[in-house]
Every structure is written in structure tokens, then in C-alpha cells.
Design a protein around this ligand. Structure first.
Ligand code: 0O2
Length: 231
């Protein structure tokens, strides 16, 4: 990012702070205290556990059905307070706990990596079929890749978490991608995404071109698997 860009960003942060009328330190400290409260983290952690258990069961069934592994690996995370603050600023929202819970769909996140690019649709469809889950939002960055070249399916699902006397729906973002899409995204995160290098025109063009090449290979591997299955 240029010096001007980073100055603008700093100004935006200052404006946000002014509009909330609280000193910068206390805004961040308050949010940190609330987001990192054990009961809050536990709620998100439980939602992740419930969803991951469902995905593991799904993988067992799909593996049996197809006689091959469908999900290669899964990972999860609860968004850090710093990352929550950055995203609230990007979305031009106030930096408060209520805004974070309301505006952000990905405080709890799961990443599902499948071997092949057709598997990701199978997993997404199976998630949508689960009667006790509510799919709140779906983004297909495979059919419509981002300008950067990023590909993935994103589902925002409401996961029911049951306590002693009540059931609460907690939003979890599930990113579903192929092994090849994940390879690109991981390297992009290391080199470009959220980094200054991502703004350099040549770098931007080159990383997007690699995404196209990798997508081509991903598709050829799928075709090869299909030919082998027919033999
Ligand atoms: P992190 O650190 O991975 O959590 P929504 O609020 O649901 O409408 P959102 O989340 O604002 O949508 O945006 P989007 O683009 O649907 O999803 C954002 C997430 O996708 C990012 O999360 C990344 O994980 C991933 N992502 C999006 N674009 C790129 C990209 O160009 N490169 C890479 N490597 N990943 C990307 P966060 O919160 O930005 O980061």
C-alpha cells in the first residue's frame, strides 16, 4: 500500500474512534475483554465442535460411498480480537462487541479442504441438507473467483448449540476448497493477502495468473480421476 493509502486508513481508524466517543485504548480493551471472555469463546468453540463433528460424520459416509477420502483435512479458528477490529473498520462499523457479533459472520470459522474440486460441491450440498442447520449465506468464489484469484465456497451456517435450558444459534463460516485452491490461498496469504505486496500491480497480475493455472490443473486431475473411475 502507498504511504497515502496507509495514511487514509489511519485517518479512518481515528474517525471511527472519534465517532464512538471513547478513547482508542479503551475501545480495543473493552472489545478484547468481551470477545475473550471465557463464556463467549466457549460458545464459539462449542459451535465449531458441533459443526466439525457433523463434517467428520459426513466424511465417513462419503468415504464409504465413494471408496476414497473426500475431505483431506479440516481446521478451525476463533477470530482474534485484532482481526475483528480490522474487519469492523473495513466494514465501517463501530468497534463494539455488539457490532462484532452482529456484523461479522466469521468469528467462528472452519476450513474444509477436499481432494478434488467436485468434492467441494458435494460437501456444500450435504451441509445444506442437514435439517438442524440454517444456511444463512452462500458465496461461490469458484464459479466467480475474486479479483485476486481466490477460490473457495463460503457457507455461513447457523449452528444450534444446546445448553441446560436453552438452544442458541451461533453463526459459523465454513470455507470449502480443493487441495489445489488451498495451496494457492495459503501461499497468497503468505505473500499478498492483507500485505502491501498484494497492491503492487505486477504481483497482483502474476498471483492471479497462477490461480488460473492451478485451477486448470485441478480440473485436469478431476478429469483424470473420472477416466480412471470408468476403467
Ligand atoms: P482471515 O484471517 O482468514 O479470517 P461477509 O461478511 O460474509 O459478507 P467477508 O467475510 O467480509 O464476507 O468477506 P469474504 O470475501 O466473503 O471472505 C473473507 C475471507 O475469505 C477472508 O477472511 C479470507 O479467509 C478469505 N479470502 C478472501 N479473499 C481472499 C484472498 O484474496 N486471498 C486469500 N488468501 N484469502 C481470501 P478474513 O477475515 O479476511 O481473514
Amino acid at each position: 500500500m502507498s504511504k497515502k493509502g496507509s495514511k487514509n486508513k489511519k485517518n479512518r481508524i481515528e474517525i471511527k474512534r472519534e465517532t464512538t466517543g471513547v478513547t482508542s485504548l479503551s475501545i480495543e480493551e473493552q472489545l478484547k475483554e468481551q470477545i475473550e471472555a471465557p463464556m463467549v469463546r466457549l460458545r464459539y468453540a462449542c459451535a465449531i465442535d458441533v459443526m466439525q463433528a457433523k463434517l467428520r460424520m459426513m466424511n465417513v459416509d462419503l468415504t464409504e460411498q465413494k471408496s476414497r477420502q473426500v475431505i483431506r483435512n479440516m481446521s478451525s479458528r476463533i477470530k482474534t480480537t485484532d482481526s475483528i477490529i480490522k474487519k469492523l473498520i473495513k466494514k465501517e462499523r463501530k468497534i463494539t462487541f455488539t457490532e462484532a457479533v452482529e456484523a461479522l459472520n466469521d468469528i467462528a470459522g472452519i476450513r474444509v479442504v477436499c481432494y478434488f474440486c467436485d468434492d467441494i460441491y458435494e460437501v456444500a450440498e450435504n451441509i445444506k441438507k442437514q435439517k438442524d442447520l440454517r444456511v444463512l449465506k452462500e458465496k461461490d468464489y469458484v464459479k466467480n473467483p475474486k479479483k485476486s484469484g481466490y477460490q473457495s465456497i463460503h457457507l455461513i451456517v447457523g449452528v444450534p448449540v444446546t445448553y441446560l435450558e436453552k438452544t442458541e444459534e451461533i453463526r459459523v463460516e465454513i470455507q470449502i476448497r480443493s487441495f489445489a485452491m488451498d495451496y494457492w490461498a495459503e501461499l497468497d496469504t503468505q505473500m499478498c493477502y492483507k500485505k502491501d505486496a498484494g497492491q503492487i500491480e505486477n504481483v497482483e497480475r502474476e498471483i492471479k495468473a497462477y490461480s488460473d493455472v492451478i485451477a486448470g490443473i485441478d480440473y485436469q486431475m478431476l478429469e483424470l480421476r473420472r477416466r480412471i473411475e470408468k476403467m
